[in-house]
Design a protein around this ligand. Structure first.
Ligand code: ADP
Ligand code: ZN
Length: 227
């Protein structure tokens, strides 16, 4: 499980609906604080591409905008946490998403003397999420995230970060699937905010503003939570 992770390893959770900017902010924190971004969405998409058993089971569920089973997601995350790079500290992006996942994480951490430094809720209004999500795309080479209106590449068609020219859009980033994903968030994930509030680890960030401004607010919260 977490044998290779030192007791002081920071563990941060990013909570928020699809489109709140969890992935964008996790990538910034990863660079700034030397932490590892663990996105269960990315891990699942990699499993789908690799055609593993878990990937085959997850694909239709993801295309419909529903949540993949706790069993699959927890097992994928546990496997990833065994990698030595996770000893630097992790930012969980898109996990936990259900009560059962939150409990599994609490148990996993308790078993190795770890704790959650902060569960950060990125607070946004649903009405803007469809626009945010339907315009987004990523660099196929380095994974940098972009948006048609809010964050286009500086030079059209060329990645600011790596110079790559191959971009991709996610199959589930269409208006219909986004509506299901928002429903799943409100029904199954939003209740976790109360769980972390009860634990005393919850921090709330207003995530409706500009990416850089939110990143600054987040950095202050993370500094405080990890020192
Ligand atoms: P977003 O947060 O923008 O919806 P993600 O990349 O985090 O995007 O997730 C995409 C899809 O992957 C989800 O709609 C869901 O089907 C699946 N998924 C990701 N993380 C989890 C999780 N922790 N539990 C269940 N399903 C998940
Ligand atoms: Zn790139």
């Amino acid at each position: 499980m977490l044998e290779k992770v030192k007791t002081s390893t920071p563990v941060l959770i990013l909570l928020g609906p699809p489109g709140a900017g969890k992935g964008t902010q996790a990538r910034i924190l990863q660079t700034q604080f030397g932490l590892v971004q663990l996105s269960t969405g990315d891990l699942l998409r990699a499993a789908v591409t690799a055609g593993t058993e878990a990937g085959l089971a997850a694909k239709a569920v993801m295309d419909a905008g529903d949540l993949v089973s706790d069993e699959i997601v927890i097992s994928i995350l546990k496997d990833r946490l065994k990698d030595t790079d996770c000893a630097k500290g992790v930012i969980l992006d898109g996990f936990p998403r259900t009560g059962a996942q939150a409990e599994a994480l609490d148990e996993l951490l308790a078993g190795s003397g770890q704790r959650i430094n902060a569960a950060i809720s990125l607070e946004v209004e649903d009405t803007n999420m469809v626009a945010r999500i339907s315009g987004r795309f990523t660099c196929g080479s380095c994974g940098e995230g972009y948006h048609d209106s809010f964050k286009p590449p500086k030079k059209d068609g060329v990645c600011d970060n790596c110079g790559g020219t191959d971009f991709k859009r996610r199959a589930d980033d269409n208006a219909e699937t986004v509506a299901s994903r928002l429903n799943a968030y409100h029904a199954q994930t939003a209740p976790l905010i109360a769980h972390y509030e009860g634990q005393g680890t919850l921090k709330r960030i207003d995530a409706m503003g500009k990416i850089d401004f939110i990143a600054q607010e987040l950095a202050a919260v993370v500094s405080e939570a990890t020192t």
